[in-house]
Design a binder for this molecule. Structure first.
Ligand SMILES: Cc1ncc(COP(=O)(O)O)c(C=O)c1O
Length: 489
């Protein structure tokens, strides 16, 4: 991470520029907005310039402070200015006032203080190099389970020819395969101009935030959710509001309450084998979610990166249920690991076009090489069979985990494993503190505690797919030692 020293000049606090003309009949807050927008457009205020503090502005304008706050709030929501804790109100350095264009606050992204590293995660990363540590923290399949395929033997000339099949939306043949797979699995017809290839689902999410949201906007997500652990939301100035879940998924009554009180602009869900709980939203809840999103005209982003790792039938995707209301994200990283960092967005043509423009502006182009590999992997004649072998192996590991977990059910409740990578274990006794969770680190049992995904501290995400028989025995042995200490605490 780069730590940039930020130095924002405060603009002409004492000058006459902060006065309003008496003849204007607009409400005062609008007059202030107009004036500040005019100053930005004419260059009187430059990107990064700091406005006088609210109190000072109220004094200069000789009006109530709440009117100044109102004007600044509106300017923030329109993207003209930004508020930064400790620094006050600054002229935005992005594309002012154009709500549909991408806007990345890079400095915020690179400012070390803005994203202090979670000490627990730091320690986990250190321990990942320790051969005694059991890694059930990582969110990928173990290497030996990743399906094999024949690597293509391309010359540079071949690659150059493949390069010609690239459009701003991605490598044409890969787009085609993705369209076919969507048709097969979700029974919806999508054409190549509705599919944008990205460098993983996280980049897809980042693009959507930049194009569809403004600094200060609010998004509803599941609670717990892995999205809390991603810095992309904070860097885009987007607020996350978690919605409690029950057995069927995100609670609709709680979501509606949030929509009414927090001006939610978008709903993001991970409905199948959710990260971190491993749970799947029921078909009924999916239907209710769509009805609610239609009522309030809110887009849903459906993050479906685990749906292919299913042990049995799963409910229809939200995209299938409401193709125009839902933006669908997929990725290959949960099958092929992060070395093939390829994901995609499926959405209506116009939005895909806008996202693609944003992608180009940010220079997020993806070289043809990983796309050719991804295409080869998906097109391999053995892919289907290998995928079935993988799912059968996961099912076996899931069942073995559940069977062995019977020995710890006095202390932990265990979620059912129907697919995906995760099982969620919840401590049945007293509230756990960070000090309690540090015992896991001491015993070198690397898991992802729920405080990484929520305000909750009682549960943990375990990637059961990484456990061979031998590791599984180790896991339960270490967990029993830890549970004993937790109970004593
Ligand atoms: C639910 C979910 N969505 C998206 C991602 C990011 O996927 P990618 O590696 O394709 O960026 C992850 C990775 O952990 C995930 O768990």
């Amino acid at each position: 991470m780069i730590g940039l020293a930020l130095n924002h000049p405060i603009v002409n606090e004492g000058l006459k520029m902060w006065q309003l003309t008496k003849k204007n009949k607009l409400p005062l807050y609008q007059q202030i907005m107009e004036q500040i927008i005019d100053y930005i457009q004419t260059g009187t205020l430059l990107p990064g310039d700091k406005l006088p503090p609210e109190r000072k502005l109220a004094e200069l304008y000789q009006i109530n402070r709440s009117t100044v706050v109102h004007a600044l709030d509106e300017l923030v929501s329109l993207g003209w200015v930004i508020r930064r804790q400790g620094s006050g109100t600054l002229v935005n350095e992005g594309n002012w006032g154009r709500s549909t264009t991408p806007r990345v606050d890079w400095r915020r992204l690179f400012t070390q203080e803005a994203y202090p590293t979670e000490p627990y995660v730091e320690e986990v990363h250190r321990l990942l190099k320790d051969s005694v540590a059991l890694d059930l923290y990582s969110g990928e399949l173990p290497l030996n389970l990743i399906p094999d395929f024949r690597f293509p033997s391309y010359t540079w000339e071949d690659l150059l020819l493949e390069e010609r099949k690239q459009s701003p939306l991605g490598y044409g043949p890969l787009q085609q395969v993705i369209c076919q797979r969507i048709k097969m699995e979700q029974k919806i017809d999508v054409s190549a101009d509705q599919v944008l290839i990205t460098s993983g689902a996280q980049q897809a999410m980042f693009l959507l935030l930049q194009v569809m949201l403004q600094n200060g906007d609010s998004v509803a997500i599941e609670d717990p959710s892995f999205l809390y652990s991603l810095p992309i939301f904070a860097s885009a100035g987007v607020r996350l509001y978690g919605v409690e879940m029950d057995q069927e998924g995100m609670r609709i009554d709680k979501l509606e309450q949030l929509i009414l009180t927090k001006k939610i602009k978008m709903i993001i869900v991970n409905p199948t084998f959710q990260n971190p709980t491993g749970s799947t939203m029921s078909a009924k809840r999916r239907q209710e979610l769509i009805i609610l999103s239609q009522k309030y005209q809110l887009p849903i982003i459906e993050d479906e990166v685990f749906s292919e790792l299913n042990f049995g039938p799963i409910p229809p995707s939200l995209k299938e249920m409401a193709p125009h209301q839902v933006i669908h994200l997929g990725s290959l990283s949960k099958i092929f690991g992060s070395s093939i960092k390829i994901g995609w967005i499926v959405a209506d043509k116009d939005l895909i076009q806008r996202l693609s423009e944003a992608k180009q502006m940010m220079d997020f182009s993806i070289s043809v090489f990983p796309q050719v590999i991804a295409h080869t992997a998906l097109n391999d004649s053995k892919f289907q069979a290998n995928q079935e072998i993988l799912v059968a192996e996961l099912k076996e590991r899931g069942a073995a985990f559940t069977a062995d977990a019977q020995q710890i059910t006095e202390d932990w409740s265990i979620s059912t494993i129907d697919g995906g990578l995760y099982v969620y274990l919840t401590w049945r006794h007293q509230k756990l503190s960070r000090k309690d969770w540090s015992i896991f680190l001491r015993e070198k049992l690397l898991v992802a505690p729920s405080f990484l995904f929520s305000n909750d501290t009682m549960a943990m995400r375990v990637n059961y797919t990484r456990l061979t028989k031998q590791d599984r025995q180790q896991f339960f042995k270490r967990l029993q030692v830890i549970s004993k200490q937790l109970r004593r605490n």
